[in-house]
Ligand binder design. Structure first.
Ligand SMILES: N[C@@H](CCC(=O)N[C@@H](CS)C(=O)NCC(=O)O)C(=O)O
Length: 222
């Protein structure tokens, strides 16, 4: 499998975690989403993903975009360490927490949103920082409430094994931690996040451990 990834992409981090939990070896193709946008706008990358977003998984020559679709594909194909429970109600609850992070939080702090805010709406750096922190903290507050009400966290968001919910939660909490946000009001989230980060699968997916974070000259993806 080939994964088009960028170290600071929380959506790509979700997929890296899932691949690691499943024990799948994959080749990374690095897409630099930082300032210049040359790689994500490159016609060959746009051919893979017309949205120009990471991650993209290529398996058996078939292109899959959207991190949740990729992770559910991996989960269906590789049955070790299932990321969704068997029972339909339990599956729905795991998916709903996962989507809080992936569908509601992350899109509001995406690069293209920031470009628009800055270039079209005239927002300055202070306004962009306030926007990022506002939507991050709002999402984490809701997640903390859901988790503490459910009382199902036992090392992981739902029970004692990692699920899709943890796969989506960890990148957001990691990002908030790196940004120095005050997470003291989120004891359940911090506990689960801390437990996940003791696992090699989560550590090896973290942005700072990726080759494109440390390489002076990143390999060109396309
Ligand atoms: N819903 C997509 C979101 C993918 C996404 O937004 N990726 C970000 C990085 S986390 C990206 O490529 N951003 C580039 C941009 O906004 O221009 C998924 O889950 O895969």
């Amino acid at each position: 499998m080939e994964l088009y990834t960028y170290h600071r992409s929380v959506a790509a981090q979700r997929v890296r975690i899932a691949l690691n939990l499943k024990g799948v070896a994959y080749e990374s193709r690095f897409v630099d989403l930082s300032t210049q946008r040359e790689e994500q706008n490159h016609p060959r990358f746009r051919e893979l993903n017309p949205q120009g977003l990471a991650p993209v998984l290529v398996d058996e020559g078939v292109v899959i975009t959207q991190s949740l679709a990729i992770i559910e594909y991996l989960d269906e194909r590789i049955r070790v360490r299932p990321l969704l429970p068997e029972a339909p109600l339990a599956r729905a609850r795991v998916r709903s927490l996962a989507q809080l992070f992936a569908a509601d939080m992350q899109p509001l702090t995406n690069l293209r949103v920031f470009d628009y805010l800055q270039e079209t709406m005239g927002c300055d750096e202070a306004a962009l920082d306030a926007w990022y922190e506002h939507w991050t903290m709002e999402g984490l507050e809701a997640a903390e409430t859901l988790l503490s009400r459910s009382g199902e966290a036992d090392g992981f968001c739902f029970g004692d094994q990692p699920t899709l919910a943890d796969v989506c939660m960890v990148p957001q909490v990691h990002d908030a931690t790196l940004r120095g946000y005050d997470l003291s009001g989120f004891p359940v989230l911090r506990g689960v996040y801390g437990n996940c980060m003791t696992l090699a699968s989560f550590q090896a997916a973290a942005p700072e451990t990726q080759p494109d974070a440390v390489a002076q000259r990143r390999p060109v993806a396309v």
